[in-house]
Write a protein that binds this ligand. Structure first.
Ligand code: GLU
Length: 514
């Protein structure tokens, strides 16, 4: 019988979500949905020293923004609850004890001072940071070096201790990664990781295996940085007798910095001026805010699309995909092995394409929110839609709607009269004075009416419309930009149009006289 597809995203709530983290979620999610399976979010919060207030809520907000709804999670519930590892604490010890009983793990009673002394004593030029491993464990205070009676006495006395995995010496273990194929490790390269801590909490290594087993996870896709942990997990699956149920693993390639080598970091974003987190994250300890794609003016559709294309394609030249299309087309065998270089210009290109592709109605909420944040109230919904339609092709980021369209709702913040002044003369002044009158009397206020009146008047004044259009544009929008000038006049209405022409003509005349 084939296995039910159940994939999980298992973040630790330690801070903002890096775009690599969201890509991991996305690939898990796309795979699950393509196969008609379930997508689970499990919060891996066993390391209390790294726990950060607000990080879990941030993760769920980010997923919701991206349109990724978990089937099971601490928020959504499910048959395998609880989905927070800290709430499952009591369940892990039995597995660690089982491993000790079977000879695959051991109790270690070393104090922090003992460990520090070990690091100093065994430090050599070739091995600057010695680890608790197959050779060193022989010299430490644990149930392998102590007698059974001594161990029992220590345990009975409640002596603080951890349980460590007993990594075999010089064995080769391997597994088949869905992206990398066969991957092998020599067990001597891995130290005796702690499985259960002195406070009774499991470490990530034990908890991830136990929960993937108990939650019947069929596939686990995670970042490449977890590959070195795979041998520990492989052995745990084997030694706990669950090997047949082990999920299929894929270790996703890193997202690389645009310049040079190495993983894209928050610092690269700060240095090069682009977001690296999904949405704004304020570190509760430092109060420092790291800007996110969302607040930087990205549409969630574009963010999801650009993440999917970091390391995957469908084998054609198509680059624009909705999440529904991604679900249909996604396959793990088209995920590249090599790291994907992040290119912010390309990221903006996706956003521009999505803004162009979206209708004014689809964009309305996001755009009016941006206006509200800037203190510009929009009371006229139909004017908002007109503005969006008129300027969206010129907007790369949502925030560009402010610069490109705020003159629809209020006087331009500044008016570049200097661009009109040098060619301003009495003839032009006369023309605009009459245009004001003509427009004031106009009963028709459609783009073509306004354009026709303007051109007829220009002809009567023996002026070329071309020479008058730029001044009119600057009067209405403040500068040399924006959509068709008569479209603008039609949209902002008679009062605003006439008012702005009057105002700027007055300023220019004042300038001409002084
Ligand atoms: N809790 C790990 C993290 O924070 C999950 C790694 C995994 O998926 O196994 O990324």
């Amino acid at each position: 019988m084939s296995r039910k597809i159940r994939v999980r995203f298992a973040p630790s709530p330690t801070g903002g979500l890096h775009l690599g983290g969201v890509r991991t979620v996305l690939f898990n999610y796309l795979f699950a949905k393509k196969q008609g399976g379930e997508f689970i979010v499990r919060i891996e919060d066993t390391d209390q020293t790294r726990f950060v207030e607000g990080a879990e809520a941030y993760i769920f907000d980010t997923l919701a923004w991206c349109g990724i709804i978990p089937d099971e999670s601490p928020l959504h519930g499910g048959p395998f609850a609880p989905y927070r590892q800290s709430e499952r604490k009591a369940g892990y010890r039995q597995y660690a004890e089982q491993l000790v009983k079977d000879g695959y793990a051991y109790y270690a009673f070393d104090t922090p001072a003992d460990l520090e002394a070990m690091r100093v004593e065994f430090k050599t030029a070739e091995n600057p940071s010695p680890q608790y491993n197959q050779l060193i464990r022989e010299k430490m205070r644990n149930s392998l070096t102590l007698s059974e009676a001594e161990t029992k006495a220590l345990l009975d006395a409640g002596t603080p201790h951890v349980i460590r995995i007993k990594m075999p010496l010089n064995e080769t273990i391997s597994f088949t990664d869905m992206i990398r194929g066969e991957v092998s490790f020599n067990t001597s390269q891995v130290d005796d990781k702690v499985l259960l801590k002195a406070d009774g909490m499991p470490t990530y290594h034990l908890a991830v295996v136990v929960d993937d087993y108990l939650m019947k996870i069929s596939h686990a896709f995670r970042g490449e940085e977890w590959l070195p942990s795979a041998p520990v997990h492989l052995l745990l699956w084997k030694w706990l007798g669950w090997q047949a149920d082990m999920p299929e693993w894929a270790h996703l390639p890193l997202i690389l910095k645009p310049d040079g080598n190495g993983k894209l970091s928050k610092r690269d974003g700060d240095r090069l001026g682009f977001p690296v987190f999904a949405s704004d994250w304020t570190d509760p300890k430092t109060n420092e805010t790291t800007i996110g794609f969302k607040q930087h003016g990205f549409l969630p559709e574009a963010f999801v699309n650009l993440l999917a294309m970091l390391g995957w394609n469908d084998g054609t030249d198509q680059e624009i995909f909705s999440i529904e299309e991604l679900i249909q087309r996604f396959s793990m065998d088209r995920v590249h092995k090599g790291g994907a270089k992040f290119d912010y210009e390309k990221a903006k290109w996706y956003n521009h394409e999505w803004i162009k592709k979206s209708s004014a109605i689809e964009l309305a909420n996001a755009v009016s929110k941006i206006y509200a944040d800037k203190g510009i109230a929009i009371n006229d919904e139909s004017l908002l839609l007109k503005m969006i339609d008129a300027v969206k092709d010129r907007c790369t980021l949502l925030n560009d709607f402010i610069q490109q369209g705020s003159f629809f709702f209020q006087m331009p913040e500044s008016i570049d009269t200097a661009a009109i002044q040098p060619k301003w003369d009495e003839k032009k002044n006369q023309f605009f004075v009459e245009l004001i009158r003509a427009y004031e009397l106009s009963t028709l206020w459609e783009t073509h009416d306004l354009e026709r009146e303007f051109k007829e008047l220009a002809a009567a004044h023996q002026l070329k419309p071309g020479e008058l259009m730029l001044p009119l544009r600057i009067m209405l929008v403040g500068g040399k930009f924006g959509p068709g000038v008569f479209d603008i006049a039609a949209a902002i209405g008679k009062t605003a149009t006439v008012h702005r022409i009057k105002l700027v003509t007055g300023i220019l005349e004042q300038g001409a006289r002084t």
